[in-house]
Design a protein around this ligand. Sequence first.
Ligand code: HEC
Ligand code: HEC
Length: 626
Amino acid sequence: MRFWIFILSIVCFIASTGVSLYKTSPNEVSERYRPYLLEEISKCNEQLSSILKEKSFNQSKLKKHFISARKHYKHIEFILEYVSPKEAKYYINGPLVPKYDADMGSEVFYPQGFQKIEEIIYDGEVNQFQLLKDQVSSLKDQLSTLQDYYKDVELNDGQLLEMMQLQLFRLATMSFNGYDATISLDGIKESEWSLEGVNKAFTFFNIYAERDPSTLPMYQRCMALFKSASKQLIANTDFNSFDRLGFIVKYINPLNENIVKFHNAAHLSWSRRKQALNLNNISLFSRKNFNLQHFSIYYDDTLFNAKQAALGKLLFFDPRLSGGNNMSCATCHNPEKGFTDGRNLTVTTGLIRDNTRNTPSLLDVAFQKAFFYDGRAYQLEQQVFDVVHNKNEMHSTLDEAISKLNKSVEYRMLFDKAFEDKSGITAYNIQKAISEYEKTLVTFNSAFDKYVQGDLTRLSKEAVDGYNLFAGKALCGSCHFFPVFNGAVPPFYNDSEFEVLGVPAYVGAKVVDPDKGRFNVTGVKEFMYAFKTPTVRNSAITAPYMHNGIYNTLEEVVDFYHKGGGAGLGIAIENQTLPFDSLDLNAYEKKAIVSFLKSLTDTSGVVSKPQRLPEIIDVVIKSGAY
Ligand code: HEC
Ligand code: HEC
């Protein structure tokens, strides 16, 4: 009897602490799933071996083997991308344009792996048969190495669910948008394979659902959603007509929500990996899902601090940071104009400019891993220093600004409150405060965002069509990634992409703009005329466009892309990364894309100026500068 009372009290204790009674070891599912993972790698490699066995370039046979290999790869992509991100990104499924990774030294990664193989096979490059075989062999080697590694790599069940969520995010932000499968245009079919792979892994979670009834409804809901989502993808494989936005709202969002709820109900732990996405959030594409601090390099040093942000706002609007007390950050980054100055730098008749580049918007500026059009700064803090020094900009040194600010009792007090270590007015603290303010300029509350969150009354049919064109036929979304719409690469957001569009020197010019862009920073010839992909959020209020401000309207920008960028306009540019061909858009389609861009406007809560600036004895603001 005493024994039973003892057992009962343990049960009560466990129940009262909220720990699941149906405890499953934290990697039970992962262990059951592992043989499937290893087998998929083997199957993929068998298909690659079939390519190697072909004696001649028989395109239809090669395509068949390629497609089967891709299918097995896509089934497990969500694991490989998470556990082996560098291998996946550079060797297995590397992009079709050269990549430069500052983290990995000055090495340039040329296209290789699946995408290169796809290009040779689908473009029918018969004379590259040997190269094809070399590519296939090294891909096989890569996969075999990974297979060995995966035999005992540690996986846990909570993490496995997070990998699934990341794959859903990858579908919506990349696979649906032609980021890979760029030549076969099989992105939608491939998305179905990915989903099939995720679904397969999820079925192993049935042991939780069987042992713990509280997880059962979410398990069943997910299984039903996987099934109908797959059906939807199988029925609509055409890249151009696929309704991406509808799919995101109807399937991706609810699947994510139910996976999160299942995760919590099963009492699985959440990974402590520092990452850009807060995956324990039920809405995958909302502001809350983004961890802005991830985008700063000095992670521990850059935690958000409201007092610093408030001080940063004062500094941002204060002309006394400049040499002549005549110019603040807001002079060029004017909140009324979406934090731009609306000025066009290029005169239409030639190459004369009063400043080197067009002022970019600072809305959503923090969601990037590189700053300035050429990416010469890697974090916001670093960027302030550059601006204050620049003779075309504020022409002062931070030391000069510091001694002015030190004359102000009020500023000294504000710095003391904002920086608890009492380090006072230093160059770093000025930069840090301004950066914290910049991080508050987030605009995820546009009509488009509300639609994505489920309010279907927010967008016109034209704007919905516009998004589907943007992400589909017009290929915009393969560079401007949903939902941030800049070139920071989802879902890990560890780098920002640079692209060569061949923007002309002025409207009508048959020469490319002479600004060398990213080449100035890297010295790598592939990056000659390459620029960082900016966000198109708020583009309706940030004209003129492009680094040289060449276009005044969004219609002109769309037309530039429609014609195939610089090369399409007849400019001789060899390394353009934008497709040269016309996009073949009709008048309605062009209009729809512009409608979609306009639905991304949101400046709620971010445009106010400070009521007043702190006093600084003996330093007078030039009239009109504030
Ligand atoms: C004279 C006009 C001017 C002033 C004043 C100015 N900026 Fe800028 N800002 C620019 C231009 C032009 C660029 C783009 C330069 C480039 O890419 O080389 C830029 C780029 C930036 C960027 C990078 C944005 C991105 O997406 O890469 C940030 C951040 C920024 N400025 C913040 C500031 C801050 C903070 C201040 C005040 C300390 C400031 N700016 C003052 C014109 C100005
Ligand atoms: C190959 C990658 C790529 C593709 C595809 C692409 N863009 Fe861009 N986009 C860029 C880059 C890079 C820039 C900056 C170019 C510059 O400053 O010279 C840019 C700039 C823009 C701008 C100007 C933003 C500003 O504030 O100045 C808009 C608007 C824009 N793109 C919309 C689109 C639309 C619409 C499409 C599809 C029709 C599209 N983009 C396709 C890479 C791309």
